[in-house]
Design a binder for this molecule. Structure first.
Ligand SMILES: [Zn+2]
Length: 430
């Protein structure tokens, strides 16, 4: 099949005017000018007219479990109050509700052009009952604050759920060996998500990291999200400190350490610079950082990936995200929607706009990288996803394009459901 567009945004070199992509099976075979592609390839021609053809979008942080909580939790005075509120909402929901929520979330993400999603779930037992319509990197979210003696058991059962219950993927996510690399040898991209430093013990973080090294899986966590988290660890005070203490967590690590310092120290007795596998980690948020944290980040020669969630960030009113500094230190910054318990929708176009509003000097092209090339790298799919290149997966979307010279601006301004998309070589018609 040959798909022609007014312009093709490959994310590997400049966009190609009057471009086309040849697709065979679930792979991109060739990309270039329509006239050349037509000569060298056979098959049906799909002409998308005045549309730009783009790589499908990649959401680097999301919790589809909570899609049904859209609009249910009003903005709270404190992050801790929000945790209380979401816990109260969750206690009214059944497995069936969560299952419906996950399925609705997938459909919404897909409607807005997302073709790959890093989805954290607190209900690994539901994974086998879901048939994701898009490429999914499942992360099992782990919390051992109420049962620290069961840490290992928790990790084992998460792995079992992912291993046993993980259905034959609707869409094969990992290329077979020698078939173009995913970077994840012998395993699909799935992972473990110790929830946060205040809900997951040091042992849980350590165990997850051991498993990740053995099984070549991904790791993600929430870090330095709120002022209250900083207050808890650095000052041993504040609402989050009191709330978490009341649950029974040992609080001896709360005093004088920032969340980042604890994270860098929690996983290994050695410091970040001594070779710990930080690139395994996809760290969500990183909103609250001190000057000494910035020094640590700057010095670290081993970098984790960072996910910024602009919509959720606005909802909570966190400290400004240090985009410029993190970027200048060489961090790979990706965008995520977070859940609908703190955001309005699952559109990465909306996230790009929210970022652009706060950082108007960042080019539209660079912003688009944060939902394509950058998250592909974080998910170790940089040789398969996030670009339109021969050998890559045929995950494509199209948006209207009236001026190829301003295609990236037009992409970011696009605020409707995507009218044409292709998932793994199949045109989606709904
Ligand atoms: Zn989250």
């Amino acid at each position: 099949m040959i798909i022609r567009g007014r312009t093709v945004v490959t994310m590997h070199g400049a966009p190609i005017d009057n471009g086309a992509v040849a697709v065979s099976g679930n792979r991109i075979v060739e990309v270039g000018r329509f006239d050349d592609i037509k000569k060298r390839n056979t098959g049906n021609i799909v002409d998308l007219g005045q549309h730009a053809l783009l790589p499908g979008l990649i959401n680097a942080h999301c919790h589809l479990d909570y899609t049904c909580l859209r609009g249910k939790i009003s903005q709270q005075k404190s992050f801790t109050d929000w945790i209380r509120a979401i816990n109260a909402e969750k206690s009214n929901l059944s497995s069936k509700d969560f299952l419906g929520s996950i399925n609705d979330g997938f459909e919404e993400a897909k409607r807005f052009g997302t073709t790959t999603i890093a989805n954290l779930t607190a209900f690994p037992e539901l994974i086998s009952q879901v048939q994701p319509p898009i490429r999914t990197c499942w992360f099992v979210e782990l919390i051992d604050i109420r049962a620290p003696e069961r840490t290992n058991e928790l990790v084992e059962s998460a792995i079992e759920s992912l291993g046993k219950a993980r259905p034959e993927p609707v869409l094969p996510v990992t290329p077979k060996p020698g078939e173009g690399g995913s970077g994840v040898e012998g395993g699909a991209p799935w992972g473990l998500a110790p929830h946060a430093l205040f809900t997951a013990s040091k042992d849980l973080f350590r165990r997850c990291e051991e498993v990740a090294q053995q099984e070549h899986i991904l790791l993600t966590t929430h870090l330095a999200e709120s002022r209250e988290e900083m207050e808890m660890f650095r000052d041993a005070s504040g609402p989050l400190y009191e709330f978490i203490k009341s649950i029974g967590r040992p609080m001896d690590d709360c005093r004088r350490n920032t969340p980042l310092e604890l994270f860098l120290g929690a996983l290994s007795p050695r410091r970040a610079s001594s070779g710990r596998a930080l690139p395994q980690w996809i760290v969500a948020h990183l909103n609250e950082l001190t000057e000494s944290d910035f020094d640590l980040l700057k010095e670290s020669n081993s970098k984790f990936h960072v996910v910024h969630c602009p919509g959720s960030h606005n909802y909570f009113g966190h400290s400004p995200f240090a985009f410029d500094r993190l970027r200048s230190f060489g961090f790979n910054i990706c965008l995520g929607t977070d859940s609908l318990a703190s955001n309005e929708n699952l559109s990465l176009f909306a996230e790009m706009r929210a970022l652009q509003k706060k950082f108007p000097r960042v080019s539209a092209e660079e912003i688009f990288q944060m939902v394509t090339v950058n998250p592909a790298r974080a998910l170790r799919q940089e040789n398969a996803l996030g670009q339109i290149r021969p050998g890559f997966r045929a995950d494509l979307i199209a948006v209207p394009c009236s001026s190829p010279t301003e295609v990236f601006e037009e992409i970011i301004a696009f605020d409707e459901p995507v009218s044409w998309s292709m998932m793994n070589g199949q045109v989606c018609n709904d």
